[in-house]
Ligand binder design. Sequence first.
Ligand code: NAD
Length: 482
Amino acid sequence: MAMIDDARIDEIVARVLERLGAGATPAPARPASGGDGGRRASNIPRGTLGVYADADEAARAARRGFEANERTPVATRIRMVENMRRAVLANNEALSRFAVEETGLGRYEDKLAKNRLVAEKTPGPEILRPVAYTGDDGLMLTERAPYGVLLAVTPTTNPTETILCNAIGMVAGGNAVVFNVHPSAAQVCNWCVHLLNEAILAAGGPRDCVVSVERPTIDSANLLMKHPLVRIVVVTGGPAVVKAAMASGKKTIGAGPGNPPAVVDETADLAKAAEAIVRGASLDNNIVCIAEKEILAVDSIASELVRQLQRNKALLLDARQTKELEKVVLEGDHVAKDWVGKDAGLIAAQIGLTGHGHDLRILLCEVDEQHPFVQHELLMPVIPLVRCKSATDAIAMAVRVEHGFHHTATMHSTNIDHMAAMARVCNCSIFVKNDASHAGLGLGGEGYTSFTIASPTGEGLTTAVHFTRERRCTLKEAFRFV
Ligand code: NAD
């Protein structure tokens, strides 16, 4: 018989009450909080290929995988990466369903879109281009060479997306990767690692260039960060893991948190801006690091923008309802983790706003700049709006509330001076003008994708280029034919 825990029962009761149109529950029900790393969640297939019980064993296997991958012909590596993409596309429904089920976060249909994006738009070996200089002294050639074994520590918010994205970039460069994933997503991630190994083997590639730790913990992450066989530490997550990685003493690629503002000025097309903001802010219930976290609107258009947002499946809360919501989604000055990544309808039901199902995209409230909904990365579909006197004020506020993460910002405007000013002062890895934030990931926007956006260490959207080292060969007075 399938086991069902208390949190799951609470969630089901809340959903049933919601459907029956029952009133507010005085104490917030606790939603399903995702896998606990201890019990197995339902019927997620067990990953075995490339999955190791012990972190040291995983690092040793990855070292063997690297030695084999380094000798693998480029043509085979190209086939390996193609097969990895196909494996995720072929299993996307199950991976997306299991990710929502195990982590308790996000929306199935959005996970489908995110996995598809990564499978289709993550650069492979083709992004690694040799560079040649020739002159009177002969030839100089630079090529991108593998580092060896990379450690990838990955988040619960984009579990399989980050596995596929990192694995493609690292394997394409001739490396091997050992994953220490978030404990709340270990089962689905280990199954994803298993699928990638099947795909690599089917392409004639080596074993174990993509491996994972079966039951990852913070201790196993720390052990691997210091492991002598690990050459580079690549982390995707909040501030604590970036800090830990930087203290490892190894080269670190750190993809940390964001708090992306959406500035809307008096020249914006408000109907388009509202549609794009709701689409971006509600992607996977706002757990994506690049998703709009607060709206900063110029006062003269703010009321009309609010009306337009309401036409796009945003539910406007009044001041009393906003206070009620604070009690649910904040614990003191911190974000209540239980509500991260939950549906807007489920959160609304906690303050008595029942009858909104899966269809409701965001909860909207008007607050001031210092409000915790603005200051914190809530990672849930609760989006505050702050009125600003002018575009200049809004841009200055955007810089303040982004907290110097230099991660992502968006702007809706037709004034080229305003857009240029914000691009310059926000100084973010991703700046999107006149569309949803996810256009900056290539979802509905131009360009390749990455789910490891390294702002603290400066690589931006990471690819195989960042997972390889530059090597130069110089040849004196030869191979020059002009
Ligand atoms: P998290 O920081 O809780 O966990 C991320 C990973 O780090 C997990 O594998 C976790 O086990 C590990 N970890 C956490 N603290 C650690 C420590 N002290 N030592 C070693 N390992 C540690 O984050 P999450 O909840 O999984 O993901 C959400 C956060 O990640 C948000 O802040 C989001 O903005 C950020 N994020 C950033 C990017 C990006 O590309 N910049 C992408 C996705 C998520």
